[in-house]
Structure formats: C-alpha cells, structure tokens
Design a protein. Structure first.
Length: 66
C-alpha cells in the first residue's frame, strides 16, 4: 500500500505498524516523534498503530531548547 512519508510517496506492507516502519527506515526511536495525518502519535502507541492506505506520516527529531 502507499503512504506519504515526509512528503515522499513510499510503499509499505498492508497494516504496517508505526514501530515496524521505523525499523525498516532504521530510525532510532529515542528522540523521534511521529505524526500521522497531522496528529502526534505517542511512542507507546507505535506498535499498535496500524498505517492505512494514503496516510501522511511525518517523522522528526525532538530537540530540546531553552
């Protein structure tokens, strides 16, 4: 199935969990945040959150500042 990842169209397996997507992309989970269709998904929910066709996923690094 097709999803958009950081403005690029990619193919993933059907019902792919967010945690599996990160593993495939070799993204470290610590310090990473995810939004799907404009909604932040807490890291605790990544294993259960199943991607759907045409989801818009944004992966970004959380940076603390002052």
């Amino acid at each position: 199935m097709q999803i958009t990842l950081n403005d690029k169209l990619i193919s993933v397996s059907p019902s792919c969990p967010l945690s599996q997507l990160l593993q495939q992309l070799r993204v470290r989970q610590k310090g990473t945040a995810l939004a799907v269709n404009g909604q932040i998904i807490p890291a605790a929910g990544w294993p259960e959150y199943l991607l759907q066709e045409n989801d818009d996923v944004v992966v970004f690094q959380v940076i603390a500042g002052g």
